[in-house]
Design a protein around this ligand. Structure first.
Ligand code: WTA
Length: 655
């Protein structure tokens, strides 16, 4: 809490320059407040107006919000549209030759595709998917490197009404298997390998492994895009090369018109239990927020070169790479590689080379680049930049100031965007031409987003106080359900604690005396490691699945670059190891978690004990473990502990 108290003392305020405000899509706080007022006075009318203005409907909607089966809200339900049509076809008459994607490969090779060419490729691939008998409502898993093809695959699914579920390429075969079976996917789209930081990382072998684990009978086809040309095992009855699938396919494909509520995609994310949840998003409402936030938050102008550095495996890569930028007709960068290869100047060089105007990345990337060379950006011409953005975790004021001064040269507003996989798009964020910025605060909710901070009883907290972050009214781009588990959806997001009325985000937040929102972090057992959501239970399940392990508890600890580090306390079935043996087992377990979930989940530290601190009723006292992991003095009452002596043991790091 010390950290949050110090940011609440933050006195620096950076209003937008007059020149910026004048050219902005939302010009000043009065314009912002007018939109908020419009939404408050006529909530449905506000959203209906934007949905009519921003989306191209095949059949216009007549209903706006349907609350009859709350909290399973429906928006624009009798309207029909197609997401891919909205991202591609509608630009064909106005700007067919405009570059849609500038792709930069790991090795620096640049490829450009125009809107016309992207449309052609999406149509061909969509026809290919149809030839595989993939139909509206079928689920397709996409396990791809960052590439033009990954976006083509997503758009092609949208075009034929198939629901895609992208799995981050860094997830293990086991995680992939879990997602394929939960979604009941009929096909997997992958590549032979992906290139990151000069290294080839296999993808197809992970798909083979996942499908070999059983329970994947629903998968009839694996489409393989040839990225590196590596040798891959081939199952002739099931596998087909991407280039063979599209060969000879017509380059137009009538879009499948779907209801606004049709599930555009599922995206699995971590919750407070061991099993990841398949967050289901709609077509109409989702796309609406993607477009509005491109215009409002990124102040989109046709001359922009937009770059969101996220991977398409995360929601940020869905909304701000695969859909939002294309829906507004932007030119965007898609980057295959990593920020530190060939050196830590890569991002800055790419901004210079491509004249990027809007740059959107994560605080963890900013912190690691400060470490790698705080002066490096000065060697590059970054004068094309006009807006900077961050997402994924709270940004500490020092990193914010560096971003503002060294990258943005004190000219570029920073939009610190708070949102989640479940919210579909930005929720609480500055507007670059309106909001006076405070380093470390995501400032105010967007117009139409009724975000608030409440106490345990659901009452709004006063200025200067903290509580639970909630959203009080349903909004168009919200999660519709958890795939296959509507009860879990209700319990997770509309718990009865608050009367089941408000969307509970799972974050704690403070409101300062000026009404600014400050996100503190998760209130549940979810960690935020380098901007990635990881459930402590997920990592614990992975650990106890190892034959050596009897019991495990995982907690987070603040980390300078990653935001949070993963610390695991482990009880082995055999005797507690020490010295070199402990080191060896710890390494083994780290690798194991890497294989079970993915390298991002590997514990930073593992400590061994003969037992874990438990209450007499057998509950693990995580708060104690958190203090131990942080090296803090234990101030909690330990008198209820079954086994207080264990604490001394667990304080010992593995040497
Ligand atoms: C955290 C990523 C502070 C938060 C889009 C949230 C943030 C979780 C911010 C969602 C921000 C995201 N400031 N914290 N600007 N943005 N978070 O689902 O804890 O991967 O609940 O979505 O990230 O992570 P997710």
């Amino acid at each position: 809490m010390a950290a949050i108290e110090s940011v609440l003392q933050e006195k620096r305020v950076f209003p937008p320059s007059e020149a910026f405000a004048k050219q902005a899509n939302i010009k000043g706080m009065d314009a912002y407040l007018a939109l908020c007022k419009e939404a408050e006075q006529d909530y449905e009318g506000f959203w209906a107006r934007h949905a009519r203005e921003q989306l191209t409907w095949h059949k216009p909607f007549t209903q706006v919000l349907d609350e009859s089966n709350a909290p399973f809200y429906r928006w624009f339900a009798d309207g029909m549209l197609n997401a891919s049509y909205n991202c591609l076809d509608r630009h064909l008459s106005t700007q067919p030759d405009k570059t849609a994607i500038i792709f930069e490969a790991d090795d620096g090779k640049v490829t450009r595709v125009s809107y016309r060419e992207l449309y052609r490729r999406v149509c061909q691939f969509a026809n290919g998917l149809k030839s595989l008998k993939i139909r509206k409502g079928d689920r397709v898993v996409i396990y791809m490197p960052m590439s033009i093809e990954a976006i083509v695959a997503m758009q092609a699914c949208a075009r034929i009404g198939a629901t895609h579920s992208v799995v981050f390429g860094g997830f293990s075969s086991k995680s992939l298997h879990e997602r394929i079976t939960d979604a009941g996917a009929c096909a997997v789209i992958t590549a032979d390998e992906q290139m990151r930081g000069g290294r080839a990382i296999p993808l197809k072998p992970a798909v083979d492994e996942a499908l070999g684990m059983g329970g994947c009978e629903s998968v009839k086809t694996v489409v393989v895009y040839k990225r590196t040309g590596a040798n891959v095992a081939w199952h002739a009855a099931r596998d087909i090369w991407w280039h063979d699938l599209v060969n000879g396919q017509a380059d137009t494909c009538e879009p499948e018109w779907v209801e606004a509520e049709h599930p555009l995609f599922l995206l699995y994310t971590s919750g407070s239990t061991g099993k990841p949840k398949g967050v289901q998003h709609s077509t109409g409402g989702y796309l609406l927020q993607a477009i509005l936030t491109m215009r409002w938050v990124f102040d989109y102008k046709p001359s922009d070169i937009f770059w969101c550095t996220a991977d398409v495996g995360w929601v940020t890569g869905h909304t701000y790479i695969a859909y939002g930028p294309l829906a507004v007709g932007a030119t965007e960068i898609v980057f295959e590689g990593v920020p530190t290869y060939p050196d830590a100047g890569r991002f800055w060089k790419m901004i210079q080379d491509h004249k990027v105007t809007v740059f959107y990345t994560a605080p963890t990337a900013i912190r690691s680049l400060i470490k790698a060379g705080a002066d490096l950006p000065k060697k590059y011409d970054l004068s094309s930049l006009r807006i900077l953005g961050t997402v994924g975790e709270p940004i500490n004021p020092e990193a914010w100031m560096w971003y503002y001064e060294t990258v943005g040269n004190k000219r570029c507003p920073i939009v610190d965007t708070w949102w989640q996989t479940e919210t579909g798009g930005h929720m609480i964020t500055p507007l670059p031409g309106a909001t006076p910025l405070k380093p470390g605060s995501c400032t105010f909710p967007l117009p139409g987003i009724m975000a608030d901070i409440v106490d345990e009883t659901g009452q709004s907290v006063e200025k200067g106080k903290g509580g639970f972050l909630v959203i009080k009214r349903p909004w168009p781009s919200m999660i519709r359900t958890i795939w296959g588990d509507p009860e879990r959806f209700k319990k997770s997001y509309y718990p009865s604690d608050f009367g089941g009325k408000y969307y509970l985000a799972g974050d704690g937040a403070n409101r300062d005396m000026d009404g600014y929102f400050w996100i503190v972090g998760r209130i549940d057992d979810v960690l935020n490691v380098s901007g990635h959501r990881l459930g402590t239970m997920e990592i614990e399940s992975a650990l106890v699945a190892n034959p050596l392990v009897a019991e495990a508890a995982v907690v987070g600890r603040p980390h300078e670059v990653k935001g949070e580090a993963v610390v695991a306390f482990v009880v082995l079935k055999g005797p507690r190891p020490s010295g070199e043996e402990a080191q060896k087992v710890a390494n083994q377990l780290r690798e194991w978690v890497g294989k079970e979930i993915g390298p991002i989940a590997k514990p930073d530290e593992i400590r061994f004990g003969d037992n874990l601190p438990k209450t007499r009723s057998g509950k693990i006292m995580r708060r104690l473990l958190r203090s131990i992991a942080r090296g803090e003095e234990i101030t909690q009452d330990v008198s209820t502990l079954e086994n207080p002596a264990i604490l001394e043991q667990l304080k010992q790091p593995v040497q």
